[in-house]
Design a protein around this ligand. Structure first.
Ligand code: FRU
Length: 508
């Protein structure tokens, strides 16, 4: 007999059939994508029996959000992903409106998933009632059974006044023999709080305490908490909704913050420092982390945004995950760099030292359009849409240093640095966007010994920028014509740079 409910079997059949219809070369090759349909948050990112599993918020039947399933993939190296059948469908009375985000861990032989079960019903007066609770499913790496006693945590356990509607995205971990879960919740003051629960078995939870509170300082509801130790400190990552911009910070309404602090495991108390933005790009949300057997903390995020829907109309899939990133702490800040496994996909390389760049740069809307745009500099062998490139720009006499990616046929996606302001900008205005979507985002980058260092990883339509060895990250999509595959360096003024370029190639 086939495993699972009718809804699960339908999703599994549908994704298998439709995935075959997606043209080769349409998706990125080094990022996790769905077989078909819509995805948002990564879920259940965990190591199980020696492989890394990644589930995700998934609506196979359209390229827009809908009743949430958990899609499922696994990998041995974070770069090449194997598609597995859909893991969870909204098929129970308590989760009929969606299996929302959650996490996973290996417990003995079992793979334990905890997720938010969403129920919508009408009360006697016909008013809509929404309830978010936490539920558990246990499986073998392919098939997952929901516990008969679900939901295992309801809002009844929360402190008085906490919302019954906004209570979601449990992060699961084990400390000794006990299970812990940190869940996003909306408190009486209308802003986020993180509720901590513990259990000796995954079906009998008790409320412990409120680990942290937003107190209306950083957005409202705190979604998708992650909580882990790293290099002697404790890190809380949250994805707040409804954030307000401050300077160049927090421009995405749905943003992601990290807070570094100290955690007393006995008293379960967390004292943290200031909050910082995790990624400054237009397309990054709801990351999750895991710890590898060799002790690395790896983070993966959703590479798309709630607010700027760019998916081309003819595409049968929407959304992808970032390249997983290794995390470290340096000088009280979180450092992020692509997993080292990416290097084994490096193909042909080009190294160019002390390249002089002069001319060719202008900012649309800010500079008068030069009568004939000066060409800037192309470097032989540095071209393509799938690469891992590091550019170090030295001190020079310049107003702006620019790298045009995916350039040609009238298109370009610009990344430029203006040293007077110390600001790096991503700009996809001329990438071929046909809708009035947001195209630019900026962040401060501080020069180190007079230089700035940018590592840019591109995989067809993804651009992930890591400044100064991972001090800051900026992740954006650029759906641009696939013929636009040049890389051009330009400068208003004159600058020198060192470039190290690796083509990314698929391994057979
Ligand atoms: C974050 C989020 C989560 C929720 C899920 C629903 O992007 O809103 O809070 O669990 O997406 O798909």
């Amino acid at each position: 007999m086939e495993f699972g409910s009718e809804a699960l079997r339908r999703a599994r059949g549908y994704e298998k059939e439709k995935a075959a219809e997606i043209p080769a070369g349409e998706k990125p090759d080094f990022h996790m994508t769905p077989p078909v349909g819509w995805i948002n948050d990564p879920n259940g990112f965990s190591c199980y029996k020696g492989e890394y599993h990644l589930f995700y918020q998934y609506h196979p039947y359209s390229t827009h959000w809908g009743p949430m399933h958990w899609g499922h993939s696994k990998t041995k190296d974070f770069i090449t992903w194997e598609q597995l059948p859909c893991a969870l469908a909204p098929d129970e009375a308590y989760d009929g409106q969606g299996c929302f985000s959650g996490t996973a861990l290996q417990d003995g032989d079992r793979h334990v998933l905890i997720y938010t079960s969403v129920l919508e019903k009408q009360d006697a007066d016909g008013n809509k009632i929404v309830r978010q609770t936490q539920s558990v499913a246990v499986g073998d790496g392919v098939n997952y059974e929901k516990l008969p006693c679900n939901p295992v945590i309801t809002a009844d356990l929360l402190p008085e006044g906490s919302s019954r509607v906004d209570f979601r995205d449990p992060k699961l971990w084990k400390q000794g023999d006990r299970f812990y879960t940190a869940v996003g919740s909306l408190s009486v003051d209308g802003s986020g709080q993180i509720a901590l629960f513990s259990a000796d078995h995954v079906d009998n939870w008790r409320f412990e305490k409120i680990l942290d509170r937003c107190q209306n300082r950083y957005g409202k509801m705190w979604e998708c908490p992650d909580f882990f130790s790293l290099e002697g400190k404790q890190v809380l990552i949250v994805s707040p909704q409804f954030m307000r911009a401050e300077g160049l910070e927090f421009h995405n309404g749905n943003n992601v913050l990290y807070m570094i602090g100290d955690y007393d495991e006995e008293k379960l108390s967390f004292v943290r420092d200031q909050a910082f933005q995790v990624d400054y790009g237009l397309d990054f949300y709801a990351p999750e982390t895991l710890e590898t057997p060799d002790g690395r903390r790896i983070m993966v995020g959703w590479l798309q945004s709630w607010d700027n829907y760019l998916t081309p109309g003819n595409q049968k899939w929407s959304g992808m995950m970032t390249i997983p990133r290794e995390l470290h702490i340096r000088d009280g800040r979180l450092l992020q760099l692509p997993v080292r496994e990416l290097e084994s996909y490096h193909g042909k390389s080009v190294k160019s030292r002390a390249v002089t760049v002069e001319g060719g740069s202008f900012v649309p809307g800010r500079d008068p359009l030069p009568a004939k745009k000066e060409p800037g500099v192309e470097i032989e062998g540095i071209r393509g849409r799938q690469f891992d490139m590091t550019v170090e720009v030295g001190a020079g006499d310049y107003e702006r240093f620019e790298i045009d990616l995916a350039e040609g046929h009238g298109f370009r996606t610009a990344v430029y640095y203006e040293p007077a302001a110390g600001v790096l900008t991503f700009d996809r205005t001329y990438s071929g966007c046909e809708h009035d979507t947001l195209c630019t985002r900026s962040m401060y980058v501080r020069p180190q010994r007079g230089k700035i260092k940018l590592r840019i990883v591109m995989d067809r339509m993804t651009v992930e920028i890591f400044a100064n060895d991972g001090e800051q990250a900026m992740t954006c999509l650029t759906y641009t014509d696939s013929r636009a595959d040049k890389i051009r360096f330009a400068c208003k003024g004159r600058a020198e740079c060192d470039v190290e370029f690796f083509e990314l190639i698929k391994r057979m």
